[in-house]
Design a protein around this ligand. Sequence first.
Ligand code: CP
Ligand code: NVA
Length: 300
Amino acid sequence: MSTSHFLTLFDLSAGELNQLIDHAIDIKTRLKEGKAHTPLQGKTLAMLFEKSSTRTRVSFEVGMSQLGGSSLFLSPNDTQIGRGEPVEDTAKVISSMVDGIMIRTNEHAKIQTFADNSSVPVINGLTDDYHPCQLLADMLTFKELRGSIKGATVSWIGDGNNMCHSFMNAAEIFGFTLKISCPENFMPKAELLAQRANNIVICPTPQDASESSDLVVTDTWASMGQEDEKDAREKAFAGYCVDDAMMKLANKDALFMHCLPAYRNSEVTPSVIDGPQSVVWQEAENRLHAQKALLEKFLA
Ligand code: CP
Ligand code: NVA
């Protein structure tokens, strides 16, 4: 089907993404001024969560309501999805009744199959490989606080996970340098690194990565689905906790971001995440504004 979807940042052009972020700033301003903006009246978003969520669920649900539409929360526990109804069949049925579908799932291939069988736009609310909606909020937050990210240096410290992969995509699209430092066995996927090599510098230590950075980013060491590896990962990631000494190596006005949920004294010290350079609360709130701009683009 020729419906457009938002499965990775590359589903939109750099121009479209920049426009979307500008529109999110406008939507946010209007909301704070108490002005209604309801372009999605009568529209429905289905939200299918195969993993837990606080921010993604609340921001999409509240976002749809503020835009004048409605949303429904679906989980494998209370639908036929959890009892083995094929993804293809589920996609055909749900998409025949709603105007858009947000999915949080495991394998990226699954959301791709879902999208291939959906007659309405599918939005990626996180897979094992990507979390593009989070990047919309992160790019919006940087723009609000520092202006254009083009030419900036961003440091990714910790696990080469779905968030890291999405930052790799963003580096190419938005034109920044991404310095990555991960323990040896926790690097981003090699084929994705090879595709995005132009904008990426692999650093031997987290200190090298944070040096002269404009934005330091980390994430949990054990993503959803890796709970059994938590103890082993705590050991493997020793030395990768973003602390004050690392932040001192970054530029003086460097920001700290984390998609949340955060685990203090694992991937980040309380002094950093709760400190003056951290913008994690603005970043989390911006999920709402960025996704409202996204929903308007795909569902209006
Ligand atoms: N950052 C993020 O996606 O948070 P949730 O898992 O709470 O949705
Ligand atoms: N990497 C984390 C992000 C959570 C929003 C995970 O996949 O669990």
